[in-house]
Ligand binder design. Sequence first.
Ligand code: ATP
Ligand code: MG
Length: 324
Amino acid sequence: MIRARGLTKTFSRRKETVEAVKGIDVDVTEGELVAFLGPNGAGKSTTLRMLTSLLEPTSGEATVAGYDVTTHPAQVRARLGFIGQGNGGGFSYKVIDELHNQGRFYGLAPAVYSERAADLMGALELTGLEKRSVQSLSGGQRRRLDVALGLMNHPPLLFLDEPTTGLDPHSRANLWEHITAMRERYGMTVVLTTHYLDEADSMAERVVVIDHGEIIADAAPDVLKRRHADDVLNLAVATDDGAAVRAALPDGLGEVELTALDPPGSDGLRVRVATARGADALPGAIEALRLAGVATTSASVRQASLDDVFLNLTGRSLREEAAA
Ligand SMILES: Nc1ncnc2c1ncn2[C@@H]1O[C@H](COP(=O)(O)OP(=O)(O)OP(=O)(O)O)[C@@H](O)[C@H]1O
Ligand SMILES: [Mg+2]
């Protein structure tokens, strides 16, 4: 569905030059759901705008739905839906008129666009809002309307730029349900961007991590975590004999860090072990300590997250950057 090679975009304005995208290679197969994950300014929107033919690449090439984005932009656009970042905003149009206008824009017959609009309103839980003005909708409703607008031409390929940004967790989950349902219903390929780590992790089958205009990792979330991050075992043990703890733990378990338990003066140590498969390793670690006469007083596993992946690849925390 998508094949991009060496895609770059440099913006030059007066004396300032920004290399927004620095050579992206990506392939997306029919039916995939791919999330581009990266911090602000990483080049996500710029990449999407090039793939949708809205922005001409500085160099490189991309074929989308079988057509070259530079030489055949009209053919590309006819085959995709694009929901841009932020919402349309400030519309005084009625919801139903927005949808019908979109249908007219794609050259659909009135009978066809009326039926599609009604169908999408139902599927995206917008029924009853037909006569409301767009600006009166809640953030979540408006984003669902954006999705409906993007689907009016029944595109085989849907691009969504930060569909869930600014929505509360409930609306985010709800929108994801709708995107997933729409995808099944219409058999679409979906490419979206997000800077929410948790939703990329739980919802996307494939995550393309982008930073400073480059793809730094591209795989399923579980594969990324296995490759680029460790789980962490957090134990507390009822001994101050650090050497005994180290000797008892199985060889090759992972890097062991020992610290005094707080509050100061408590007996025992906190044991932190970075290891590949935390949940599998935990029982063996506790048993090995027990056999060495060391009692474990608490134990937990923190699973590797996509933020650990980003941190290990870039030295920066995406979560902290997003918070900042
Ligand atoms: N029209 C433009 N002119 C100049 N610079 C631009 C333009 N559009 C984007 N940029 C710059 O290109 C870089 C990438 O921007 P882009 O919008 O692609 O990032 P993004 O990953 O979508 O970020 P965000 O998460 O904030 O949406 C940024 O440094 C941005 O300032
Ligand atoms: Mg963006």
